[in-house]
Design a protein around this ligand. Structure first.
Ligand code: HEC
Ligand code: HEC
Ligand code: HEC
Length: 428
């Protein structure tokens, strides 16, 4: 009896203690609001540096819903847990971050906690931004606080189930947030180390290219192994890269700065947005990121295809997909057939593009249906959208034909699903 009571008492005490502990971990004080700082209080040099870092982190990409209202938030992000709305990060005092001190901004960027103490969802990549240096955060703050204030309240995020309860994110942070700057690797060049710090930090490349576990956190044991994002497939950027031509630091640098490459396919979909932003980042920073990823991909097989194989494959593909071969000759050859004017201007052959080489048909199908906005501005190479011209069966047949003609990989089994997915267009 006594023992039973003692046991029950012990359990009650332990429960109370763990609840208290959980509360202590999850609870963060509000940081007092301040008067919005005057834009003239920031050094111009710092503001420019902040702008270049903001391009590297593509803050505007997620925080802008309407082009005329940059950084005013409201853009929706589809996650497996529901739709999350990005916040207004202009210095508006009521609806933006105008009353946030440097310290409050710093805590949000590096620990994922808003000024009022609320935990932010990791759809905001603070698990990457935590690696930013003090100086980087200071420069970003200066840039944001000198933008025009725009009054605009982002719709409230309402997730389903337990994830709606934000204090739970404290547990997520314990498991998955590795706070602070990365230790440099003394065996590597300073470019490589800077590139890694930026790629893992502000540029958050893994946010799209690394697969996530069931808690929505990046699976570090499979860094840059390739992952689905917004209905696109972000291909591997490590030794598993299926690129046909090797990615060197020079080729990557050009691609990241311009979205184009004479040896690889143009940047499409979300990657097009990334390269348009990187075009405005600091050149040495982009160069450093290129050096880092070239080293990660240096062990990838990068098989070069030989001409005879290509001829054989073309015949086999024509026989296997006769209707698609005719469609290709009518709708695509004018740009893509060897010898076409576009090809003579240095665009890469379809056989060199990674979209055809990866294990799923998503990117190829999306490119056929949506076309490709020139990453290099209106004068650059672009591809028209075929979604309204071709029916689902024709898009699928073309994808199968391209795969058979331009790669030596097995046929895709997910073409039907990828076409249906692209037609739905909801990114889920
Ligand atoms: C991948 C999309 C994405 C990118 C890129 C991104 N953010 Fe965000 N950010 C979000 C989302 C979503 C939220 C809201 C999270 C929530 O409601 O829990 C957010 C919230 C914030 C907040 C908290 C605002 C508040 O009122 O609570 C700040 C500050 C912020 N972001 C700054 C930045 C800066 C600076 C950059 C660029 C270096 C950036 N973000 C890049 C998605 C993004
Ligand atoms: C918002 C999501 C997103 C982010 C962030 C992102 N990528 Fe991508 N990336 C993609 C997608 C999707 C593709 C595939 C579409 C395409 O081929 O253009 C891609 C393609 C690429 C390719 C082409 C690979 C190949 O073999 O053809 C490279 C290289 C690349 N990304 C590098 C980077 C680097 C470096 C960063 C960080 C600076 C980065 N990406 C950040 C989504 C993203
Ligand atoms: C008006 C010219 C034009 C036409 C017509 C056109 N494309 Fe493209 N396509 C482009 C350009 C430009 C690119 C990007 C080139 C680069 O990678 O630099 C591209 C890229 C692609 C890619 C991605 C690159 C790769 O290697 O995977 C695929 C797939 C593709 N096109 C398929 C098609 C198909 C299928 C058709 C016919 C239904 C077609 N295109 C019609 C201009 C065109």
């Amino acid at each position: 009896m006594v023992r039973g009571t003692r046991l029950a008492g012990g359990i009650a005490l332990a429960t109370a203690a763990s609840l208290l502990l959980a509360f202590a971990i999850a609870w963060h004080p509000e940081i007092e609001p301040t008067m919005p700082p005057s834009p003239s209080s920031f050094a111009r040099k710092l503001v420019i540096e902040g702008e270049q870092l903001a391009k590297l982190g593509n803050c505007a990409g997620c925080h802008t819903a309407e082009p005329g209202r940059p950084l005013a938030g409201g853009r929706s992000l589809a996650t497996p847990f529901g739709t999350i709305f990005a916040a207004n990060i202009t210095p508006d005092a009521e609806t933006g971050i105008g009353t946030w001190s440097r310290a409050a901004f710093d805590r949000a960027m590096r620990r994922g906690i808003a000024r009022n103490g609320k935990h932010l969802y990791p759809a905001f990549p603070y698990d990457h931004f935590t690696h930013a240096s003090d100086g980087d955060v200071e420069a970003l703050y200066a840039w944001l606080m000198t933008r025009p204030a725009i009054a605009s309240r982002a719709p409230e995020t309402r997730l389903d189930g337990v994830v709606a309860f934000r204090p739970l994110i404290a547990g997520w942070n314990l498991l998955f947030l590795g706070e602070g700057p990365l230790e440099p690797d003394p065996a590597r060049s300073s470019d490589w180390n800077r590139g890694r710090a930026l790629a893992e930090g502000l540029a958050h490349c893994g946010g799209c290219h690394t697969p996530r576990n069931r808690f929505g956190a990046e699976d570090r044991s499979r860094a840059y192994d390739g992952a689905m994002v917004e209905g696109w497939y972000a291909p591997p950027l490590n030794a598993r890269s299926p690129a046909v031509r090797r990615w060197t630091a020079d080729r990557l640098h050009l691609y990241l700065r311009t979205g184009l490459s004479p040896t690889h396919a143009a940047a499409a979909g979300p990657m097009g947005d990334v390269t348009r932003a990187l075009a405005q980042a600091r050149d040495e920073d982009v160069r450093a990121i290129a050096v880092y990823f070239a080293s990660l991909m240096s062990q990838a097989p990068a098989a070069r295809q030989d001409q005879h194989d290509a001829m054989d494959r073309q015949l086999v593909a024509q026989q296997a997909h006769p209707e698609a071969a005719v469609l290709f000759a009518g709708a695509c050859a004018v740009c893509h057939e060897p010898g076409a004017p576009m090809m003579q201007q240095g665009r890469p052959p379809l056989a060199w593009g990674t979209p055809l080489q990866v294990d799923n048909a998503h990117d190829t199908v999306r490119i056929i249906m949506e076309g490709l906005a020139s990453p290099a501005g209106p004068a650059g190479p672009a591809m028209p959208a075929f979604a309204d011209i071709l029916d689902d069966g024709q898009v699928g047949a073309l994808a199968a034909y391209l795969r058979a003609r331009f790669t030596d990989k097995p046929p895709w089994s997910d073409i039907g699903a990828a076409v249906a997915h692209a037609r739905r267009g909801d990114g889920k």
